[in-house]
Design a protein around this ligand. Sequence first.
Ligand SMILES: Cc1cc2nc3c(=O)[nH]c(=O)nc-3n(C[C@H](O)[C@H](O)[C@H](O)COP(=O)(O)OP(=O)(O)OC[C@H]3O[C@@H](n4cnc5c(N)ncnc54)[C@H](O)[C@@H]3O)c2cc1C
Length: 384
Amino acid sequence: MGEWKNTADVVIVGGGIMGASTAYYLAKRGQKDVVLLEKDLLAQATTGLSVGGIRQQFSHPANILLSQETLRLFKRFPEEFDTDIGFHQVGYLFLAQEEETWKEFLDNVNLQRSYKVPVEVLNQREIKERWPYLETDDLKGGTFCAEDGYADPYSVAMGLANVARKDGVCIEEKTELTSIQVEGDRIQGVETNKGSISTPVVVNVAGPWSGKVAKMAGVDLPVKPYRRQAFVTTAFKDIPKPIPLILDFDVSFYFREEGPGILMGRSDPDEPSSFSTNVDWNFLTKVTETAVLRAPVLEKAQIRRGWGGLYTISPDNNPIIGPLPGVEGFYCASGFSGHGFQHGPPAGRILSELILDGQTGFDLTPFSYDRFNTMRKIVEKRVV
Ligand SMILES: Cc1cc2nc3c(=O)[nH]c(=O)nc-3n(C[C@H](O)[C@H](O)[C@H](O)COP(=O)(O)OP(=O)(O)OC[C@H]3O[C@@H](n4cnc5c(N)ncnc54)[C@H](O)[C@@H]3O)c2cc1C
């Protein structure tokens, strides 16, 4: 263990994908006087529990742009970071059961194509031809983008964190932020279970706990944690590979390949906000019932394990990225719902620019804290 650093230009709170990425981009730009605090171990909270999906099929342009930046990063990741991130471009297939959903999909396709996303529009017959194991009679249609896919979130976060550490960032695991000192309207420092650090800048990337961290500086961050569960089957040979990430949008159900098995999950509209990550085995019945309706062959699958993780959700399903009001030197990136893994790398890059340059070329209007006080709120509809 290195010596305790009691002063830093920047303190990052949280060692998930957001914290790792912010640390990496700060160090890459030459800002090495950075301490990253992680109360547990790096990338083991939400990031390590993520399903790892990356897609360009969003309904808001800003989200498409973030995904495209990550896509470019993932392609060069193995070479640049000397890390295999298990990036599989198997595609994402979105399915619509409801007429209204289908109309929205078609509007989204126009938007996505205007950003050069190679998305295909498929009718029932075309879906059945390409993925014969799917039940399609109740579908209005689907959209497919072959460039979408999934990667291993732990490897991506660790790849970024390892380079940040090599570049001089001090990473303190098992170190919990306990309070933030604010004097007047400026950050002065932080207190942890291991000691204090004097600093003018705190970056709140504490994921589901970011609301609690914001409160330590007297800021009300409108995000809440919600449990999401995922399940993996034993080896399953009855569906030929590659299997895209298939998303039955109207019932929030998805599945994809995971090693020799199948990974599946769905959200529960009745789930209240909580920090619980327990697996509710009764809920598995709902998941498998939905699964069998879409892919009847999954009836033969045996569930091997399941886990719960936390989405961090804002009132419009979009993140809050940037400075927090009323406290100079306080930044955050939080509220990414189910797309924080894929948007973590660019979010860290954007935060590093705001901290080092006082500005960023990325238009943060849809992601600003202020939007909740104005009419600028634009809901991201493609959320599971
Ligand atoms: C089941 C599931 C599936 C998902 N699937 C996808 C997907 O397919 N694609 C996608 O893009 N996203 C997905 N997500 C969402 C994605 O995982 C998250 O948006 C993302 O990982 C958030 O990263 P983070 O760094 O903000 O949070 P975290 O990974 O939770 O990191 C925050 C860290 O802060 C630390 N911390 C908290 N409080 C303190 C404190 N006081 N002091 C010090 N440290 C502290 C925590 O220990 C934690 O390690 C999924 C999430 C879940 C749960």
